[in-house]
Design a protein around this ligand. Structure first.
Ligand code: SF4
Length: 366
């Protein structure tokens, strides 16, 4: 069962109630409900994270059940602080529901096609609702329900995913862990080089819900003007004919992510992004956010530098560079690229990932 609703035509509460009725999701009485939003770096920007209002609507709808909100933020980012920044801690307190940092919960061994995965116990003791964001992603084309499940992993497993073929790993995770319900918040979405501040906000005003994770993601892709078959981590599913009108009426093509091995944002080139985990990229991204919001002078200094200079930042493993033809301002970021930096006598910042505050040193702002 799958359904799509336009929120502009009704309130979020009405849309959620209509969706849950249409997909016939009726949790067992006496069993709790675990809700997994997408919080990534932790921000109040609802084009990047699952909107707090959507989860709040679920809390209201399921009042009377034991409810738990849980997430593990991007590698290198303190999950609890990310949950605080995004408003989820306040929401949990308002409704008296439990909030859990999935980087600190008991885990159980689950077999999957690559051996054993350690998944949060809370997932198996409760109904599990996966509440993803509608957005594009520079590594995986889209970040929807299948990708949102990466936040269930331990930090160690999450890093491994990137080095063993992220698309196949996400797909295998989607086959191994099947949520009881999948919801995609596409009220305010993100296009281009998502999943965070390098992307661009796009208002869509839609909510999608369904029982099958891959089917929900397939419908979301159609709404974004992306063929599900183009997304390597999806197993495209047949879309029910009765959704054709809604898809035609609500779809709006998204700006696609670059998907190259080098991501360029303004005058900064991030090299080798397909051979690193998102920890290092998001540390820089988070650092830039931090400069913008809390270190205005340094942020203005960075903008001034970027108006006349270009930076080439090497990340991850397996970097090679001919120093005779190397571009200007080359530096390495993160423990994976330290060996490369030392061999080529390049400035580098160590850490796995380095602290987001290292953006000051990365761009020589002090
Ligand atoms: S150094 Fe960076 S790219 Fe390498 S594993 Fe750590 S966070 Fe990931």
């Amino acid at each position: 069962m799958i359904a799509v609703k336009k929120v502009e035509q009704q309130s979020i509460d009405e849309a959620i109630a209509a969706l849950l009725k249409e997909v016939r999701f009726t949790p067992e009485k006496g069993k709790g409900i675990f809700i997994k939003p997408n919080v990534v770096i932790g921000t109040g920007d609802s084009s990047i994270i699952t909107s707090v209002e959507v989860v709040e609507s679920l809390l209201r709808y399921f009042s009377g059940y034991k409810l738990i909100i849980g997430e593990r933020s991007a590698v290198g980012i303190d999950t609890y602080k990310a949950l605080e920044r995004s408003g989820y801690v306040e929401l949990a307190h308002k409704y008296g529901v439990e909030i859990v940092d999935l980087s600190k919960v008991p885990r159980v061994n689950v077999e999957w096609e690559r051996g054993i995965l350690k998944l949060p116990q809370v997932l198996f003791e409760n109904h599990y609702i996966n509440v993803a964001k509608l957005k594009t992603h520079f590594l995986t084309t889209v970040s929807l329900c299948a990708k949102n499940q990466k936040g269930l992993l331990s930090v160690k497993d999450a890093k491994k995913f990137h080095f063993t073929g992220i698309d196949r790993a996400i797909c295998a995770l989607g086959k191994a862990v099947k949520p009881d319900l999948n919801i995609i918040d596409g009220i305010k979405a993100l296009e281009g080089n998502g999943p965070t501040t390098f992307g661009r906000a796009k208002t869509m005003g839609v909510l999608i819900a369904g029982n099958d994770l891959f089917q929900v993601d397939s419908v979301a892709c159609k709404l974004m003007g992306i063929e599900p078959g183009e997304v390597k981590h999806l197993m495209p599913q047949e879309i029910p004919g009765d959704l054709t009108d809604a898809i035609n009426a609500f779809s709006s093509p998204f700006l696609k992510p670059s998907l190259e091995n080098c991501l360029t944002v303004e005058h900064v080139h991030f090299h080798n992004i397909r051979n690193c985990c998102s920890g290092c990229i998001l540390a820089i991204d988070n650092g830039i956010n931090w400069l913008m919001s809390e270190k205005k002078e340094l942020w203005l200094k960075l903008l001034k530098k970027l108006s006349s200079e270009t930076y080439n930042i090497y990340l991850g493993t397996g970097n090679h560079l001919d120093m005779e033809t190397a571009p200007a301002n080359v530096r390495a970021f993160g423990g994976c690229s330290v060996h490369f930096a030392r061999c080529n006598n390049l400035p580098y910042i160590n850490g796995c990932p380095p602290s987001y505050e290292e953006v000051i040193a990365l761009f020589e702002l002090n």
